[in-house]
Design a protein around this ligand. Sequence first.
Ligand code: PLP
Length: 413
Amino acid sequence: MSDHKNTGFTTSILHSDRQKSIEHGSLHKPIHTSVAFGYKDARELAAVFQGKQPGYRYGRQGNPTVSALEDKITRMEGAYGTICFATGMAAIGAIFQGLLRQGDHVVSSSFLFGNTNSLWQTVNAQGVAVSFADATDVRQIEAALTPATRIVFVETIANPRTQVADLKRIGRLCHDRGILYVVDNTMTSPYLFQAKSVGAGLVVNALTKSICGHGNALGGSLSDTGLFDWTGFPNIAENYKRFAPIQWGMAQVRAKALRDFGAALGPEAAHHIALGAETLALRLERACASALAISRMLEADPRVAAVHYPGLPSHPQHTLATELFRHYGSLFSFELAAGIDCFDYLNRLKLGIPASNLGDTRTLVIPVAHTIFFEMGAERRAGMGIADSLIRVSVGIEDTADLVEDFRQALEV
Ligand SMILES: *Cc1c(COP(=O)(O)O)cnc(C)c1O
């Protein structure tokens, strides 16, 4: 069996499991539901516990089905290693649990997934200061740095307003200052963008979204690209320095965050996600092309006040997005002209389903200010550029012409 490192994106996912032997020649890595792993020789069990021999101990810290998925994500991100979690939020929470200490400082993009915004508020209350800065401008990130800054956290394309972070320049800044650069790659996924290419040390993926892609499993991952020099990071406990420095971050996160907080990904969910990942590239080709077609149609219609999609030349970071990403993503948002009620519009859609997920095979729509961004209040919404009539669209894999027609006909009153 050859190593598929140099093959294309989809080939490499499809043949990832076969890089290690699979039970009975099974083509899919089987779903291992056992929580415990038995050893014939008790000394072997001890060797596994002491890290002297590879092997599984207990389901919360690792499982063969989950490991097979971790290997796939590592390949997709061109990373050194990956740890999976029960959800995307658990993966982001693991950064706080595993790598930050009281008195540390985080600089975060102000254009954030709503629950990440809420998490940073929790973190703030627990002694890790968080500053928010406009990540479309590296100078704003630089101005927010302090001597205590340990992490800069950004999303590639922000949801729902689709601001694109100045990923390359922020990467250079973090590298020059020795700061850990964390990129949430969920909105682009490793098919559209590898955060390693802009110097990210850690990459977050909410596997729930386009990687799983069918809205039938929750999951999250944290990948270490191997670029960050952990010897300069003050929060690694002595215990994890017995490994090679490239392993320090992952070793500490696996123990202190995954093991101690317990948000482990289940083997059934890992299986769903691994199956979904096989068609990630095919689904995104269709969904990104449709997102562009629908957003072009809407932008040309006077009944639409604004369309936010990085693929449109009118988007403030269109050039940057063209430079960075393979395509412009499967998500866009738009505002209806004054006098058109966003709820009425949504109710006229025949294909777009009012629901709160994204990266699904089906097209999902949501009135953002009234739902996912309701809790944060009007002031923070205004700061994030979220109008009351803003509709977010997660484009699915329906036929492009059907979707364009659906979003057009709903404009007719
Ligand atoms: C959905 C999402 C998350 C959280 O993922 P869950 O699996 O829902 O916990 C984090 N970041 C971004 C950008 C997301 O879209």
